[in-house]
Design a protein around this ligand. Structure first.
Ligand SMILES: [Zn+2]
Length: 388
């Protein structure tokens, strides 16, 4: 990885400070367009805004809109393509949000001191705008990336990436490094490990009977599910970081009937691929305590873990050195939530996640960014793509 001078880092930061007004204008338009996951019109509107913003950046060579069935459009923007003998660097993000259409009316774009509030601003519309600005910044400051830069923004990340996943994986196979623009952890810390996730649905079948007249003839699916719930919770292990949570449960039909059916949804989180496979096997092969009941389990691992490998550590070390040139101590965090970065990491590509702008309240009503952090985060992103 190449070095960069303290002066160039400062120039990059100054660039973002000077362009903050334009960057926020684009961010505001992206927020106001509203693109909840699965809203095709919102998705296309946001991609149109990004495509038009990209067209004014000299180093952008192509903007490709990729239709995603039932979700809208992914977008792939390529810059600095003349360095094509080197493997590209990918900046990965998403354009969808969890906020339903109409949220902007209830919680309009609002500035309060250093905070800007808006649905989806922190996760991660400001970062979509920042990614484009990073390309412009490299050009403007004369720190030209040594490899092509691909910005891939998917439109279904908040729905588990059913259509984005194959795209992220195909792209990740050819790239040198993946920088993920998810929001950072508190204090601006980047994310060097993320747990993998699994989702399961457990269905228990018992036998209905009159609760008062024939209780012995019944087999309670609710009781069986309760016992399984206890067993599943026993899989939690603070030492490995494994968590198993039975969350949504339902069952029974009527107050005087022994319940013949019950279902539960289970959330699984794990820190290593081996541990994930072990737990997946366990959950998929649950055995009923009452042998007359029947258990069916559907689902499985959804996202592999992003493990803190030596490649991830090396990448983090490089980012930390760059940040120190701006007298900023870039911390790191290990988190339970997964992102599209997990898919790339599982293919062995070095991934650094959580490079977005600082703020708080992702997915919540108080979602906001800290506006004075934009120049530093922007400079860090631009310096990363210029030096890797
Ligand atoms: Zn996100």
């Amino acid at each position: 990885m190449a070095a960069i001078t303290r002066d160039k880092m400062k120039e990059l930061r100054d660039h973002f400070a000077a362009r903050q007004h334009e960057l926020l204008a684009l961010t505001c338009a992206l927020v106001e367009a509203e693109s909840p996951s699965g809203d095709k019109e919102g998705s296309s509107a946001v991609v149109s805004l990004l495509a038009s913003a990209a067209s004014s950046i000299p180093s952008v060579k192509s903007v490709e809109r990729i239709t995603a069935e039932n979700f809208g459009e992914h977008v792939r923007i390529q810059g600095f393509a003349e360095q094509s003998q080197h493997r590209p660097l990918m900046i990965l993000g998403h354009t969808d949000t969890v906020h339903p259409r109409g949220a902007i009316k209830e919680r309009p774009w609002r500035t309060e001191d250093n905070k800007i509030f808006g649905p989806g601003i922190f996760d991660m519309k400001v970062n979509c705008a920042m990614a484009l600005e990073a390309l412009r910044a490299c050009d403007a400051v004369g720190v030209i990336p040594q490899r092509p830069i691909t910005i891939l923004l998917t439109c279904d990340e908040e729905s588990g990436s059913p259509t984005g996943r194959p795209l992220v994986e195909a792209e990740s196979k050819n790239v040198r490094v993946v920088l993920v623009l998810e929001p950072p952890a508190s204090g601006g810390r980047v994310k060097t490990s993320r747990k993998g996730t699994g989702m399961f649905t457990i269905s228990v079948e018992g036998r209905a009977a009159h609760a008062g007249l024939d209780p012995d003839k019944g087999i309670s699916a609710v009781l069986e599910l309760a016992k399984q719930t206890v067993r599943l919770h026993e899989l939690n292990d603070p030492n490995t970081g494994t968590t198993v949570t039975v969350n949504v449960v339902s069952g029974g039909t009527h107050s005087n009937v022994i319940p013949s059916q019950a279902t539960a949804e289970v959330d699984l989180r794990f820190t290593s691929a081996d541990e994930g496979a072990r737990l997946e096997r366990k959950i998929l092969s649950l055995i009923p305590e009452d042998s007359r009941a029947k258990i069916t389990v559907a689902g499985g691992i959804n996202r592999p873990p992003l493990e803190r490998t030596s490649k991830v550590e090396g990448l983090y070390g490089h980012a930390r050195t760059l940040a120190s040139l701006l007298d900023f101590d870039l911390g790191e965090a290990s988190v339970g939530g997964a992102s599209d970065g997990n898919f790339a990491a599982a293919l062995g590509v070095p991934v650094l996640d959580g490079l977005g702008v600082q703020g708080d309240g992702a997915h919540a009503v108080h979602e906001h960014i800290l506006c004075d952090e934009i120049p530093t985060r922007g400079a860090l992103l631009a310096a990363l793509i210029a030096t890797i």
